[in-house]
Write a protein that binds this ligand. Structure first.
Ligand SMILES: C[S@@+](CC[C@H](N)C(=O)[O-])C[C@H]1O[C@@H](n2cnc3c(N)ncnc32)[C@H](O)[C@@H]1O
Length: 279
């Protein structure tokens, strides 16, 4: 379609596959990914109904999809990378979850009909997309009118310099990181997609250097060489990550941004003002 935003390049998809094939086992077991309380908070914000059909885009090892399956009729998780999908299938089998399935798929060209799902969810993946706008458009396409879209992701500072430095550090750690957006960019993108933000909130987590590197399986040469050069170069991964250990990683969540409100009495968007503080 002429006005359709461009999707992901094959080159970037190959980078994503390389990273998440390498990271798959460690990532799947990382506490920040498996934490039941966080998952419950996200699922609570989504408010799934027993009759809902949900899609998780970029499901990875499937933790969100499996948490949703306990509350929905059916859940489908898609991902570009076979390795985490194999873990997701194994875990769902071991847990006896029969109403979830995992398929190979591309977020920028979802293999589903318009309006097939009531809920479309994506956690911790927008910062891996080259063209988040195109992917949000696809998520909207497969979401039924009155359905809900939920996105949870890292967010960057509103301060351009700080945001650039933060994204630079993330790319050193994981080459498939593209760019974490600032809150105002996320909100603007949601509006351009024709969605209405119904809920928006943030939470913080401290990133300890070692587990944070370990979860991404950052190659030792990158971490070590940057450690030795960190005294000379502020752009090395180690110097960035040392700084990061003292900072908070911000998690942005927007939930229930639907084409039309399913519940017209739903609360308007509420947010914490510190999300927008220029630090
Ligand atoms: C950080 S993991 C998040 C996994 C999962 N959503 C979670 O919260 O644990 C990012 C995932 O996005 C997937 N991904 C990145 N780009 C994608 C794309 N264009 N289409 C489908 N999956 C993609 C990767 O393969 C990887 O499994």
């Amino acid at each position: 379609m002429a006005n359709q935003p461009a999707g992901e390049t094959e080159r970037h998809k190959a980078t994503v596959r390389d990273e998440f094939t390498r990271q798959a086992p460690v990532y799947a077991a990382a506490p920040i990914i498996t934490d039941a309380e966080r998952l419950a908070r996200l699922v609570g914000a989504i408010e799934p109904g027993a009759d809902d059909r949900a899609l998780e885009v970029a499901t990875g090892p499937g933790h969100v999809a499996m948490a949703l399956a306990a509350r929905c009729r059916e859940v489908v998780g898609i991902d570009l990378t076979p390795a985490p999908l194999e873990i997701a299938r194994r875990l769902s089998r071991e847990r006896g979850i029969a109403n979830v399935r995992f398929e190979l798929g591309e977020a920028d060209r979802l293999g589903f009909a318009d309006g097939e799902f009531n809920l479309v969810v994506c956690r911790f993946a927008f910062h891996h997309f080259e063209n988040p706008e195109a992917i949000l458009a696809e998520m909207r396409r497969v979401c039924a009118a009155g359905g809900a879209i939920a996105i949870e992701d890292l967010f960057a500072s509103e301060h351009p310099g700080r945001a650039d430095r933060y994204n630079h550090c993330e790319r050193l750690r994981d080459s498939s990181h593209t760019r974490a957006l600032a809150p105002t960019e996320l909100i603007a993108m949601t509006a351009r997609a024709g969605l209405e933000v119904e809920r928006l909130y943030s939470m913080s987590a401290r990133a300890e250097v070692e587990p944070w590197l370990a979860a991404a399986r950052t190659p030792p040469d990158k971490a070590a060489s940057s450690a030795s050069s960190s005294a000379r170069s502020r752009s090395s991964a180690a110097s960035c990550e040392r700084r990061k250990a003292r900072r908070r990683i911000n998690v942005w969540r927007a939930a229930r941004a639907g084409r039309a409100r399913r519940n017209t009495a739903a609360a308007p968007c509420a947010g914490r003002s510190d999300r927008f503080r220029n630090r």
